[in-house]
Write a protein that binds this ligand. Structure first.
Ligand code: ATP
Ligand code: LTN
Length: 332
């Protein structure tokens, strides 16, 4: 292995407006790793085209996602921030790993099952092999840790299986990555159907709080959040709506569930929902201000994309030249 430092890799798709699920489950935690690891945070535009995208929107969201990375506190001096399609080795390694991934393994992926139900008119091969591209993203950098939300754990485990299989044929080719799942496998749920993940591609905009929602919108969405007919704020089995709001409140304030129960003792759901809306809106305000500044400077974002791609390419080329040799491709 060629490494003198530990590597951390993660990615977010520019497939929609980012939600507080993406923020709390993933992006907010990314900056925690930049001291201890060499960090790569990628805008995975090649993943996004597994479902139909409008080209102009995909392009716009790619800039926006990069700007949001930076607005959420990722310093480009300390983290490699770049766009997947600018480093063609991702797609190249994905092809190779396709030949070391089994049909049965891919058929078991729950995201594939969900997405193929949702896009029944377009179950393309890319949607099916999506986890192989994700494995390539990770393995290309000889990654040690992958911070993701719990919904992606299965994909990181598949990346480990693929890497182990590849290494059993070509010893020491790839580092075996570990997933890092934030705070007790935290998963932020939809405000309308709290048994479903909050997802940026949800058609019901009231089910989702976007990082860029203004204060009135955030407060209104939380006010309308589906709860239960009980009146007391407590974390308990079957109270999915309240449990979700308590999780969100806890993430933004750092308070434990017991502290929250105590704080809202004797108060109703209305007061609690307003408090959740306020802490959320207040936490998002500085991110939004910074985002607006960054997005206004398109040339600055492009310069960052370029620099990030150059940094990432250096590592990507090292892995690919090693892999090409091991496999038996002729090098010139
Ligand atoms: P889509 O709705 O397009 O499938 P998504 O909202 O799930 O997308 P991704 O780009 O696939 O977002 O995910 C980016 C990161 O955010 C991943 O690490 C994922 O685990 C995390 N994430 C997404 N939604 C949530 C959520 N509701 N709670 C916690 N983490 C989440
Ligand atoms: N599949 C992920 C996004 C993603 C990713 C990655 C995450 C693509 N490549 C590599 C971590 C590491 C998703 O849908 N959230």
């Amino acid at each position: 292995m060629f490494k003198d430092q530990k590597i951390c890799f993660s990615g977010v798709q520019p497939s929609g407006n980012l939600t507080i699920g993406n923020y709390l489950g993933a992006i907010r935690n990314f900056s925690l790793y930049s001291e201890q690891y060499k960090t790569f945070y990628c805008v995975v535009d090649e993943h996004a085209i597994t479902v139909r995208q409008v080209p102009a929107e995909l392009r716009r969201r790619t800039y926006e996602t990069l700007a949001l990375y930076m607005a959420c506190g990722l310093d480009p001096e300390k983290n490699t921030l770049y766009v997947q399609s600018h480093v063609p080795e991702h797609a190249e390694l994905a092809w190779i790993l396709n030949c070391y991934t089994m049909y049965g393994e891919l058929s078991r992926m729950t995201q594939f099952k969900d997405k193929s139900a949702k896009h029944a008119d377009n179950i393309n091969a890319g949607l099916f092999t999506y986890p192989v591209l994700m494995a390539a993203d990770i393995l290309l950098y000889q990654t040690d840790v992958v911070p993701v939300g719990i919904d992606q754990k299965q994909h990181v485990e598949l990346a480990r299986d693929i890497a182990n299989r590849f290494n059993s044929v070509f010893p020491d080719a790839l580092t075996i990555p570990e997933p890092i799942i934030s705070k007790s496998g935290m998963k932020i749920m939809s405000l309308a159907e709290p048994t479903k993940k909050m997802s940026k591609s949800d058609e019901n905009v009231n089910a989702v709080v976007y990082i860029l929602d203004d204060k009135d919108t955030v407060i209104r969405k939380f006010r309308r959040a589906v709860t239960d007919s009980d009146t007391c704020v407590r974390f308990a089995e079957g109270k999915d709506g309240i449990n979700n709001l308590m999780t969100i409140y806890s993430c933004f304030t750092g308070k434990t569930m017991e502290e929250i129960e105590h704080e809202f003792d004797g108060k109703g759901y209305g007061d609690f929902k307003l408090a959740v809306g306020e802490v959320c809106a207040d936490a998002l305000a500085p991110v939004q201000a910074r985002y607006t500044e960054l997005l206004a400077d398109k040339a600055g974002l492009e310069a960052q994309m370029k620099r990030g791609a150059e940094e990432a390419s250096y590592y990507a080329r090292r892995t690919m030249s090693k892999i090409r040799k091991k496999i038996g491709f002729v090098s010139l």
